[in-house]
Design a protein around this ligand. Structure first.
Ligand code: NAD
Ligand code: LMR
Length: 340
């Protein structure tokens, strides 16, 4: 009976521990580009996440201030700022997740691909450091053009011998966030109940929202409404770039989307079942090597890349017309990483 009582007590203690915040595993999240327009609000949102125990903020400038400021918020994580390349290794060491919003944003009149020349090099050098200092971390790539920066990261990791396709994610959550908001507004359904998968890539027509699979279903939307919602989702980034009129692109909604996606990754790592989010990942659901679709997240990152489900004729057409552009952007990234 003593043994029984002891085992009951230890089961009780285990349960108790697992329902208290102390038993949430330690998780280090690092943000590269943490002093930027996205980086700062993203740092704040990650500081508010109780699943994070250590928050590492890296940038080429400005991180001591952002880190000191953020560190005063009375939540779980310890915040440390790192500045300059000589501190990058320390910033990355032991990371479970690395979020990358480093690089230049668009100005009116530019496409995301116009950012390639500057951002490709930034992403390449940051990923080289990730391969060296935290090869097992999940990487959440925000830097544009995502359709090319994710393939660049994959090539860098392959060269370093650390590539694990389950651990590399292009963050397309903002497309989903927009599709949900615009759909809820048009269909007049409560936005907190809405879900809309967005597949393909993250630029212009490569962004393909699947409103035929949106929940809750709406019978009030015409084909023209769906066309307009699709176009608005595809042009959502440009809508913000134009409204900001030269002062950059989406930062607040992106920080929200980035924090939401990182939280889903953390839940997956911690073993929470059935965590499914759209992301741009290595994929064989189409003939393209990288593709955004619903992904099930687990203890090792991608647990399963889910298929597209049934598409309307309009979506099927959209899928066919996005493939050449997406293929070219992926190949451009791979070529850059191989040649440079
Ligand atoms: P920003 O210019 O405000 O901030 C970028 C930060 O990156 C700056 O603080 C800069 O110092 C830093 N940086 C530059 N080189 C670096 C390096 N080598 N190492 C570390 N940090 C470095 O730009 P932003 O508005 O925050 O946008 C950042 C990127 O995110 C852009 O490429 C933008 O296009 C992209 N973006 C992507 C999405 C998406 O949905 N995936 C959404 C919005 C923006
Ligand atoms: C977005 O979708 O808001 C980002 O990719 C930034 C941009 O350049 O549009």
């Amino acid at each position: 009976t003593m043994a029984m009582r002891r085992s009951t007590r230890s089961a009780y203690n285990y349960l108790r521990r697992c329902y208290s915040s102390e038993c949430v595993p330690d998780r280090k999240v690092t943000i590269l580009g943490a002093a930027g327009g996205i980086g700062q609000p993203l740092a704040l949102l990650m500081k508010l996440n109780p699943l994070v125990s250590s928050l590492s903020l890296y940038d080429i400038a400005g991180t001591p201030g952002v880190a000191a400021d953020c560190s005063h918020v009375n939540t779980r994580s310890q915040v440390v700022g790192y500045m300059g390349e000589e501190q990058l290794g320390k910033a990355l060491e032991g990371s479970d997740i690395v979020i990358i919003p480093a690089g230049v944003p668009r100005k009116p009149g530019m496409t995301r691909d116009d950012l390639f020349n500057i951002n490709a090099g930034i992403v390449k050098s940051l990923c080289t450091a990730i391969a060296k200092h935290c090869p097992n971390a999940l990487v959440n790539m925000i830097s544009n053009p995502v359709n090319s920066t994710v393939p660049i990261a994959a090539e860098v990791f392959k060269k370093a011998g650390t590539y694990d396709e389950k651990k590399l994610f292009g963050v397309t959550t903002l497309d989903v966030v927009r599709a949900k908001t615009f759909y809820a507004g048009k269909a007049k359904v409560p936005v907190q109940e809405v879900n809309v998968p967005v597949v393909g890539g993250h630029a212009g027509i490569t962004i393909l929202p699947l409103f035929s699979q949106a929940v809750p279903k709406s019978s009030s939307l015409s084909d023209n409404d769906i066309k307009a919602l699709t176009k608005r989702t595809q042009d959502g980034g440009t809508e913000v770039v134009e409204a900001k009129a030269g002062k950059g692109s989406a930062t607040l909604s992106m920080a929200y989307a980035g924090a939401f996606f990182a939280d889903a990754c953390l839940k997956g790592l911690n073993g929470v079942p059935d965590v499914v989010e759209c992301s741009f990942v290595q994929s064989n659901i189409t003939e393209l090597p990288f593709f955004a679709s619903k992904v099930k997240l687990g203890r090792n990152g991608v647990e399963e890349v889910l298929g597209l489900g049934s598409l309307s004729d309009f979506e099927q057409q959209g899928l066919e017309s996005l493939k050449p552009e997406l293929k070219a952007s992926v190949e451009k990234g791979i070529k850059f990483a191989k040649d440079s």
